[in-house]
Design a protein around this ligand. Structure first.
Ligand SMILES: C[S@@+](CC[C@H](N)C(=O)[O-])C[C@H]1O[C@@H](n2cnc3c(N)ncnc32)[C@H](O)[C@@H]1O
Length: 232
């Protein structure tokens, strides 16, 4: 984790203006009825439908209060390397990257999605709000996350809002717990369609000694890897 940062006053001012700017950006995306099929230069992912519009995909992003929790935890923990699994139009990665910049942390947010067309929309969003600390990875989390983790340093925070079913949940947990820095935080974002299915998987994670401390914050499932492997 990084250390020095801006003053409290600067941080408060910037955080408030980030919230306003990102809320306005989301409102604009929600109102954008451009069909994604208009972009013939970029491939669709397995979750894209030919009838999707930018606005319909923006509706999949988490509500403001959840994004603000991501932002606040990033300000508090000051993670240098952040993973965001499930990009959609790039809202969660925008909150994470803006908080990292607000905290004065010299780091990156890597956002992964199975849909190249969604990554392109996210890239445009991030450029429009002046975020330069986001990296993009295209692929299925269950198959491509391991490659991504092998190529990069251990991570300090991960937001998992993809592969919500039981199998994906446990597979991704295994990949992440092995690549977490001591003190890393993993946040699983639930999908109501899979609640019953992942209850047992969550019990398994809570019982896993590598997970350190696993608890819930509202619907979010948090795994704090305080010192997963006795590394210092
Ligand atoms: C709920 S949306 C993410 C919303 C985003 N976190 C936000 O709040 O702005 C889920 C995204 O994950 C992607 N996705 C779902 N399952 C995936 C998987 N197994 N691998 C990669 N991407 C996946 C979908 O394409 C979709 O864009």
């Amino acid at each position: 984790m990084a250390t020095a940062g801006p003053t409290k006053r600067q941080t408060t001012r910037e955080a408030r203006s980030d919230f306003e700017q990102l809320a306005a950006a989301k409102a604009a995306l929600l109102a954008d009825h451009t069909p994604i099929a208009e972009d013939s230069s970029t491939c669709f992912g397995p979750y894209d439908k030919s009838t999707d519009t930018i606005g319909s995909i923006a509706r999949q992003s988490q509500p403001y209060h959840v994004q603000q929790v991501f932002y606040t935890l990033t300000l508090m923990l000051r993670p240098a390397r952040i993973l965001d699994l499930g990009t959609a139009v790039g809202m969660s990665s925008a909150y994470l990257a803006a908080a990292q910049a607000c905290a004065g942390v010299d780091g990156t947010v890597t956002t992964l999605d199975a849909s190249p067309v969604r990554l392109k929309i996210a890239q445009r969003l991030h450029a429009s709000v002046g975020l330069e600390n986001v990296r993009y990875a295209s692929g299925m989390a269950e198959q491509d996350l391991q490659r991504e983790l092998a190529l990069n340093d251990r991570f300090d925070m991960a937001v998992v809002d993809a592969a919500h079913g039981r199998k994906g949940f446990l597979t991704i947990y295994e990949y992440l717990i092995e690549a977490a820095n001591p003190g890393a935080l993993i946040i699983f974002v639930p999908d109501a369609r899979h609640t019953g299915e992942i209850a047992k998987a969550w019990d398994k994670i809570k019982a896993d000694e590598r997970s350190g401390c696993a608890t819930q914050l509202g619907d979010l499932k948090l795994v704090y890897c305080y010192d997963a492997f006795g590394r210092t």
